[in-house]
Design a protein around this ligand. Structure first.
Ligand code: SF4
Length: 320
């Protein structure tokens, strides 16, 4: 299996009136073709910005993006247009991201028009109908408008639009967060089936660790623009070492009546990523913080094979 995507020390900073906002701050990872990397963290941790920087929807501040063996960190508009065929995005709610005055068929078929993929209207409509069938969207919805669909069908529409150019990589930005739990399962199953059939690679961005448990091969946990833990999905659910990951996993509800409540309650809110200092960014909320954590930034260290943690006291906290 080849590595299809690698980002190295990727940064995205925004200048604001209050100072420099470090939305993404030195993120490094690789994803193998046909696999899923789950990117997890609270709102404001930079995970969506990271996905958008990889797709060049935001310009990076620094770092490298390598796709399919090619450095695409800085590309021309023409090259970018070509790349967008291979790299697509599924948003949380396609209704909010697409033109509500277009019909479902037009929305799904629009990329084919932009990329001049079909030489007749009939060929375009045939391809749209085939793709609707692939994602389980009934043909009768072809002439409906997005507001006439429920959340699950709208997400199938967004998935069809992302798939229609046969991409290699899809950034899935909270694709099931706005859906009921039963519909979430349907969409996740659909995404996993499509991945198998088409050897798709996903970057699956979510605030909910339980959602990525089954779909992800690897999981990266982000906090204030940085990766704080990364490992195989099975490994991270069996052994989580960073205090923030422990809190996230403890917050997953257990499907059991009278299950013990072991939830770790974090102090305060996520702090501001503006004008950050050399420190552990989690320190103001960490139950294990020591003075050193407030003036020295920990490194991302390999604790066991392919399991990385960013914490000065990871061994002491976990008895390693
Ligand atoms: Fe907590 Fe310190 Fe580790 Fe940060 S470095 S997670 S503050 S113990």
């Amino acid at each position: 299996m080849a590595e299809i995507l690698r980002v190295e020390n990727l940064k995205k900073h925004f200048n604001t009136r209050k100072g420099v906002l470090h939305a993404v701050d030195g993120v490094t990872f690789g994803v193998q073709e046909g696999q899923t990397l789950g990117i997890v963290g609270e709102s404001g941790c930079g995970k969506s910005t990271l996905g958008r920087v990889i797709l060049h929807l935001h310009e990076k501040t620094a770092g490298k993006i390598i796709f399919n063996g090619e450095d695409i960190s800085d590309v021309s508009q023409a090259k970018l247009k070509k790349l967008r065929e291979d790299m697509q995005i599924i948003f949380q709610d396609p209704y909010a991201s697409l033109n509500p005055r277009m019909t479902v068929g037009d929305i799904i078929g629009e990329p084919l028009k932009i990329y001049k993929k079909c030489d007749s209207k009939e060929a375009l409509q045939k391809k749209v109908r085939e793709t609707m069938d692939v994602v389980g969207l009934a043909e009768r919805t072809f002439h409906l408008y997005p507001h006439e669909l429920d959340g699950g069908r709208r997400q199938r529409m967004g998935t069809a639009r992302a798939l229609i150019l046969d991409p290699k990589l899809i950034v899935c930005d909270e694709p099931v967060s706005a859906l009921d739990v039963s519909i979430q399962a349907q969409i996740l199953n659909l995404m996993m089936d499509l991945q198998k059939e088409r050897n798709l690679t996903y970057l699956f961005i979510t605030h909910n660790l339980s959602v990525v448990k089954h779909i992800s091969d690897d999981i990266t946990v982000m906090y204030l623009g940085q990766m704080v833990e990364k490992a195989k999905s099975s490994e991270i659910f069996a052994h989580q070492y960073h205090p923030y990951t422990k809190a996230l996993i403890s917050a997953i509800p257990l499907p059991k009546f009278n299950a013990p409540d072991n939830q770790i309650i974090l102090k305060g809110e996520i702090t501001s990523p503006i004008n950050v200092t050399k420190s552990c960014r989690f320190a103001p909320r960490c139950n294990y913080a020591k003075p050193e954590c407030f003036h020295s930034e920990p490194a991302l260290e390999e604790i066991s094979k392919d399991h990385f943690v960013k914490c000065h006291f990871v061994r002491e906290i976990n008895g390693l």
